[in-house]
Design a binder for this molecule. Sequence first.
Ligand SMILES: C[S@@+](CC[C@H](N)C(=O)[O-])C[C@H]1O[C@@H](n2cnc3c(N)ncnc32)[C@H](O)[C@@H]1O
Length: 219
Amino acid sequence: MIEDTKKEFDVLYSSSTCVWGLQADRYLAQHLDKVKRGVALDVGCGEGRHSLFLAQQGFKVDAVDISEKAVEKLTKYAEEYGVKEFITGKVGDIRSIKLGKDYDLVILSFVFPFLNRRDILTVLEKVSHSLKRGGCIYVSALTTDDVEYKMYSQNQTPLELRTYYSKGLKCACYFFEEGELKTLFSDFNIIDYTETVVELPREPYTHAMCLVFAQKVAP
Ligand SMILES: C[S@@+](CC[C@H](N)C(=O)[O-])C[C@H]1O[C@@H](n2cnc3c(N)ncnc32)[C@H](O)[C@@H]1O
């Protein structure tokens, strides 16, 4: 399934326009003063709106995406923004890629909607491990209030609990129920947890999302 998903994202990113825009999420920007400037990991970086922002804010960034086209576009934008030397783009699947340790910040913006729950838990454990003590993590994901959840649940049998098959992106999509994402960070100091409606440039409708910004406290 992942090879098909990768192809779909490659096609999406082959357009000359920027699919998700170049503006970083305001929730990330809002809490960045709590993070020590150092090295950040942008998982499922897409065209790099967050990597570019973090590089401009003084971070060195490791950016990973399964789509080669995404990483190509990120590299092009990094050149245009004059931050190329601060960003290392890599093509890879977050579920299998080996990560370094000692990140000051890990972000997973709108990546969990393309994984199933088992993979989400594995990825969370893996990235938590790669975070420094005192480092922060930012995650955004879709909730069961989302319009896509409503469409899928009316027309499909779930693959697993709150998981539906996206024909467009050829992958399993997981939707969090109210408060669920927060519970995955019970070992962290939760700086902010929000459930809200978010606009994305290419989408015809707003998305119901849950967002967490948390600090690792355990060693
Ligand atoms: C909706 S886009 C979000 C892009 C970016 N994080 C943002 O907020 O603009 C989801 C991204 O996750 C990437 N992705 C999906 N599954 C992945 C996986 N298993 N490993 C790495 N990247 C993945 C896709 O290629 C895509 O670029």
